[in-house]
Design a protein around this ligand. Structure first.
Ligand code: SF4
Length: 256
């Protein structure tokens, strides 16, 4: 039986791999990971540490055109956002699906997804199962653990093996993907990236502007509601606001 973990280098998929290895060993374990050409370098450090722990190589797949999410948005003429993110299909789902179709027989392969066992996470399971049909999918954290996993406990599982958790988690992000610039992240995630990784933010800001000019439309990744009205907000506007807020905070007299 081949055991293929959909390994995103997130802490959930790491924990899923750990549970699969504990149950079935590592001789038929595959860590399947998609390179979206947008990851934080420390994501790959973590992925390599996990692969070294299991003493197996990573199985890395990627878009054959070598695109990053922004290149995809240009090609499909749509700026991804938290309602629709075509980058996910072209850079992650399709390369993984293509690899599974080329290398795995549904009769002797099980796919594993590191979704945690909360009510919200459980609602995501049926569409994932349908999407991977005819390959069977197991969710080790949700289906094997006695209670929903706490992220901090999963971090401890990594550290107990001598594996430092990825930089994005240490920076306070909830996910380890696309260098804190996931278009599905909200304003808070982008502000966090602005403050912790300004170089990554500057790249996202430049590419968003490029796509706006290319499409000739007022499109943005982020939107916000003010007085019941939805407004678009560019990453440039978000940065200027944050800079002004920090300037104001610095100008406040300190309490004595
Ligand atoms: S992590 Fe976010 S930005 Fe990156 S490919 Fe997935 S949906 Fe797109």
């Amino acid at each position: 039986m081949k055991h293929v973990v959909q390994f995103s280098a997130g802490i959930g998929s790491f924990a899923a791999a750990l549970r699969v290895a504990a149950r079935y060993g590592t001789s038929d374990l595959v860590l399947l990971i998609a390179d979206a050409h947008a990851e934080h370098p420390d994501l790959w450090r973590f992925a390599d540490d996990v692969a070294d722990h299991f003493k197996i190589p990573l199985t890395v797949v990627a878009d054959p055109q070598g695109r990053d999410p922004w290149d995809v948005f240009l090609d499909v003429r749509y700026l991804g956002n938290n309602r629709l993110a075509p980058c996910s299909y072209w850079l992650k789902q399709k390369p993984c699906r293509d690899w599974v179709e080329a290398n795995c027989d549904p009769g002797d392969t099980v796919l594993y997804v590191g979704i945690e066992g909360t009510k919200h996470d459980r609602a995501r399971m049926p569409p994932i199962v349908r999407g991977w049909s005819p390959w069977p999918v197991v969710f080790p954290l949700a289906e094997w653990d006695e209670r929903p996993a706490d992220k901090e406990e999963l971090f401890q599982e990594a550290r107990a093996l001598g594996i430092e958790i990825p930089q994005l988690y240490r920076d306070g992000h909830g996910h380890n993907n696309c260098r804190g610039m996931c278009v599905r992240g909200g304003k808070g995630a982008f502000v966090r990236t602005l403050r912790t990784d300004p170089e990554a933010f500057a790249y996202a800001e430049r590419r968003e502007q490029e796509i706006r000019e290319h499409l000739g439309k007022d499109v943005t990744i982020l939107r916000e509601q003010r007085k019941g009205v939805i407004h678009r907000i560019t990453l440039t506007e978000l940065r200027l606001r944050d800079e002004a807020a920090r300037h104001d905070a610095a100008a406040q007299p300190t309490a004595t």
